[in-house]
Design a binder for this molecule. Structure first.
Ligand code: FES
Length: 122
């Protein structure tokens, strides 16, 4: 079980939901299931509408997740992923700060998800 806390100016207060880890749901699906108004369009990693900031709330090391080529390209094009962050992800297995909700698979860790509510803007 993972606690996923959503924080946005669109929400009256932060909302924490429980996601079943390992069921391979994306963060976007978890948001939709819980009526969190996280913006999206393509749901396929191409448009960048669902960009968000992910912060680990756990004492354990952040669970690494590989960026797909598509997510990497979209984040770079949006100016949300630097060369240094790509290197950190590849060399040190450290996930970048900004991710795409439609590509991010929920793991067994507590996270804070920040989004502005404006498509493509964190
Ligand atoms: Fe288009 Fe996620 S909805 S990249």
């Amino acid at each position: 079980m993972a606690n996923v806390t959503f924080s946005s100016p669109l929400l009256p207060k932060d909302v924490t939901v429980y996601a079943v880890a390992g069921d391979t749901h994306t963060l976007l699906k978890v948001a939709q299931k819980n009526k969190i108004p996280l913006p999206f369009e393509c749901e396929d990693g191409n448009c960048g509408s669902c960009v968000m900031e992910v912060v680990s709330l756990s004492d354990k090391p952040f669970m690494a997740q590989d960026l797909t080529e598509k997510e990497r390209a979209t984040l770079v094009a949006a100016g949300k992923l630097s060369k240094a962050e790509i290197e950190e992800a590849v060399v040190n297995d450290r996930p970048p700060r900004y991710r795409l909700a439609c590509q991010y698979i929920v793991r067994d860790e507590d996270i804070l998800v920040r989004f502005s509510g404006e498509p493509g803007v964190v």
